[in-house]
Design a protein around this ligand. Structure first.
Ligand SMILES: C[S@@+](CC[C@H](N)C(=O)[O-])C[C@H]1O[C@@H](n2cnc3c(N)ncnc32)[C@H](O)[C@@H]1O
Length: 246
């Protein structure tokens, strides 16, 4: 893929995140996160009590706080000033013991010790130079540790927008890598094989792939306010992967 974007330029884009958008994510994310992503991430991670967990690309930090509430010792890595500062302020208010580090995952400093689990939710598709970021996540694990990551499902990335326009999903480009301009930042489309082959090249053993769908009653409840939400019942907007470091 040819792109003008660098990790620095996309981090600057993410740094424009307004505070009210961060606040709207409290306490457990937006609709898709609450109903499709979080339940799978938490199930895959299992009982995190007493475990060292790295939240890689932690954003405004809601997942770090959910994990800390469940008894994990959490380190949260986030590169932007805006979201790093917001998460630190939350930590000062809540005193959950979440340790915050401001860094680009592709140039992750030594965090001091290995982690039992690394969570990297909706982050890899935002990073132009993503392979070093995935490598850093895997290398942060102890042997036998669990790497859980989620991405927009590469086959159904623009599900809601496409469904609203056509009443079905349409996709014309899949195999090549390309940029997807979002409201504030740029995402990068890569085929599923790019993520899974890199995981394998890093020596990881795949444990599970999830393609969560929305429960029909929840879609019916949300239908009045979220047009096209029934698409989430029929097609997966997210791909969630759990793998083990040998
Ligand atoms: C879609 S948000 C997801 C945030 C959080 N994981 C969540 O699930 O709410 C993408 C996040 O990746 C972060 N990010 C972008 N480039 C990054 C990089 N090179 N290293 C680490 N994080 C990065 C952004 O700042 C942003 O917080």
């Amino acid at each position: 893929m040819t792109t003008q974007q660098t990790n620095e330029s996309t981090i600057r884009q993410w740094d424009t995140m307004p505070r009210k958008v961060m606040e709207a994510m409290e306490p457990d994310g937006d609709f898709a996160k609450r109903h499709l992503i979080n339940p799978v991430l938490l199930r895959m991670l299992g009982d995190v009590r007493g475990l060292r967990v790295l939240d890689a690309g932690s954003g405004q930090g809601y997942l770090s706080r959910m994990l800390a509430t469940r008894g994990a010792h959490v380190t949260a890595v986030e590169p932007t000033d805006a979201m790093f500062t917001y998460s630190q302020e939350k930590e000062q208010a809540l005193q959950q013991g979440v340790h915050h580090v401001q860094a680009d995952l592709s140039r992750l400093p030594d965090l001091g010790g290995r982690y039992d689990a690394v969570l990297c939710s909706m982050v890899l598709p935002t990073i132009p130079d993503w392979k070093p970021a995935m490598r850093a996540c895997v290398q942060a694990l102890r042997p036998g540790g669990l790497f859980v990551f989620s991405v927009n499902h590469p086959a159904f990335e623009q599900l809601l927008a496409t469904w609203r326009k056509h009443g079905e999903y349409r996709l014309s480009r899949y195999l090549e890598e390309y940029e997807i301009p979002l409201t504030r930042a740029t995402d990068f489309h890569r085929p599923i094989s790019a993520y899974l082959n890199e995981l394998t090249a890093l020596g990881c053993r795949l444990r599970e792939i999830a393609e969560p769908g929305l429960e029909p009653p929840i879609a019916r409840e949300a239908a009045d306010t979220e047009s096209g939400i029934e698409s989430y019942v029929h097609l997966p907007n997210f791909l969630i992967v759990a793998a083990e470091r040998p």
